[in-house]
Design a protein. Structure first.
Length: 367
């Protein structure tokens, strides 16, 4: 096991988003004034990873954990011990193993949230201690004496003599707590599990799944979809779209991509499913972008554009062109960006003209 760092955050039960039952507190003035905390999703798995936030000033001094890292911006194999204060004392609430620790703020943005973080690990390496079992207290230097606990900073490198004596005790405690910690991510078994609702057709199950999804019950909806797909007499694309949408809401993006791809193979000639086909391609393109697969997103947008062009849907064509412009800018492919703007001009519409003018400005700056 590599270096160990302690991070002080607001107290929450689950760190999977703020709810009526899980409000952050004892997290400083920002949390108190805004009833919000950036660490609110420190234990929410996003496409198989957890992103950890701790409020701090300036850079993180990763060289204090590894002297050879003085010129690097990221340190691997770090154990991040998350601590927070309840009504009594500051306690360990969970930890990351094998984490990456970044010197500067990193950002991650998707269609559901915007995340700032300094730590990242696989969800399988993130352990959250149930609130009722959090019993390992970390003293404050103001109470125990200088160098004998966490100071005013929310980040403690534990590189004092006292810290070096404490770390083995903490690691021993973490090892003992592993079996008692909640699973942070969804297991493959949970994602593949089917409900056992009797006497329902695939279409009836799909209606039930759609209602559950609308109510935010994404895992329940997914598992009803799994039953619906198993019950169908012929492949039904709409069931697969519903499955993929639930996986997307559960932040299982790679799994959602595969299900959307399967849906595209199983759409019928039905008018409703023809509309779903385009919608699935749009969602698939977005997921490709979010997971860094710009090449795949580009080709998906080309297919979407061709469909809209065939239907003479100018608004759809423009929206697809706009997505391709965004990819071209990101990839710094300015020749392609110029051709896309020309394609927009050929359509002869003012729809999204302001967005296209932005890309004209990008080209102008590049000469």
């Amino acid at each position: 096991m590599g270096a160990v760092v302690f991070c002080n955050i607001a107290w929450m039960k689950n760190y999977r988003g703020i709810t009526d039952e899980d409000q952050p507190y004892n997290g400083g003035s920002f949390v108190k004034e805004n009833n919000d905390a950036m660490e609110r999703i420190n234990f929410l798995p996003i496409n198989g990873k957890c992103y950890g936030f701790v409020m701090h000033r300036g850079q993180l001094h990763i060289e204090r954990l590894d002297r050879t890292a003085i010129k690097t911006d990221v340190l691997d194999d770090v154990t991040v011990v998350w601590v927070a204060t309840d009504d009594k004392s500051r306690k360990i609430v969970g930890w990351y193993e094998n984490a990456e620790m970044y010197r500067d703020w990193q950002t991650y943005e998707d269609n559901q949230d915007y995340v700032e973080y300094n730590f990242c690990t696989k969800a399988d390496n993130a352990y959250l201690i149930p609130a009722g079992l959090r019993d390992f207290s970390i003293e404050s230097a103001s109470q125990a004496g200088k160098g004998r606990g966490m100071g005013q900073s929310n980040v403690w490198y534990a590189d004092s003599e006292f810290g070096q004596r404490l770390v083995p005790k903490v690691l021993k405690y973490l090892g003992e707590m592993k079996q008692k910690c909640r699973i942070v991510g969804f297991t493959l078994e949970e994602l593949k599990k089917s409900t056992q609702i009797p006497n329902k057709t695939s279409e009836e199950l799909l209606a039930m799944a759609s209602e559950a999804c609308d109510n935010g019950e994404y895992l329940k909806s997914l598992q009803i979809c799994n039953q619906a797909q198993a019950a169908e007499e012929t492949p039904y694309g709409a069931v697969r779209v519903c499955r993929a949408l639930n996986l997307e809401w559960l932040f299982c993006y790679d799994e959602a991509i595969e299900v959307y791809k399967d849906a595209l193979k199983n759409f019928t000639e039905d008018e409703y499913e023809a509309w779903l086909d385009v919608d699935a391609r749009i969602k698939l393109s977005r997921l490709y972008r979010m997971t860094g697969k710009n090449f795949m997103a580009w080709h998906m947008e080309e297919e979407i554009f061709a469909t809209y062009q065939k239907d003479r849907n100018n608004a759809g064509m423009v929206e697809s062109l706009r997505e391709m412009m965004s990819i071209a800018e990101e990839e710094k492919d300015f020749d392609r960006l110029k051709k896309l703007i020309a394609a927009f001009d050929d359509i002869g519409t003012k729809y999204c003209a302001d967005d296209v003018d932005y890309y004209r400005g990008v080209l102008k700056k590049k000469g």
